[in-house]
Design a protein around this ligand. Sequence first.
Ligand code: NAG
Length: 227
Amino acid sequence: MAATSGFLTAISSMLLVVSAFIISSGATNSLPNCNTLDCPKYDVIDGNSDFEIRRYNSTFWTSTSKIEDISFVHANLLAFDQLFDYIQGKNDYGVKIEMTAPVISEVYPSSGPVCASSFVVSFYLPEENQKDPPPAEDVHLQTWGVTYVAVRQFGGFVEDYDIGVQAAKLDATIQNTRWASVVGKGRAGGGKDAASYIVAQYNSPFQFENRVNEIWLSFDMETSAVF
Ligand SMILES: *[C@@H]1O[C@H](CO)[C@@H](O)[C@H](O)[C@H]1NC(C)=O
């Protein structure tokens, strides 16, 4: 009896610990365009004005194949054309798909000094299309399970020189938090390219004010890592 209630107490205090770390749940309205467009919902696990730790439960993305390019901006222009055609109806069902935010670019930096990097650019699939996404020749679907990301926001138009700098700043910020070892371990495992990162863009190219972009460092987190 004593052992059982001790066990139950342990369980309930564990649940308290886990839920205490969710700062906000499902809030995306502070992000540009997310009050009118579908954006993936997430829970904020931790953060301050310099960074945020988020959990996305499951997300669906329509993605280009890998684009090799020396320029992030140029690769994104090529990708936007493909993804725009796709949502305008150039898919096997011939259906139009609602615009969403963000557009994300997975960046796989080159290992050599002058080589091209690789980019996979993805459009968040609206909720209504997630059950039966229209296939298309040039794009493929990515389904992500529960995903943890460390996030840093920055403004303006994303430039080639910017993204590596912003990713390094996020990494430096994380190093000074209690997340350093969790993120470090979680990026080394799971067969991910530990140098890769994601750039999320929330505004169309025609919006000049209040532009918000983010760098995401995704990492695996075991439940036991919750502290
Ligand atoms: C994610 O899943 C957890 C556990 O099922 C749930 O508590 C949370 O509300 C979900 N978050 C979002 C943003 O849907």
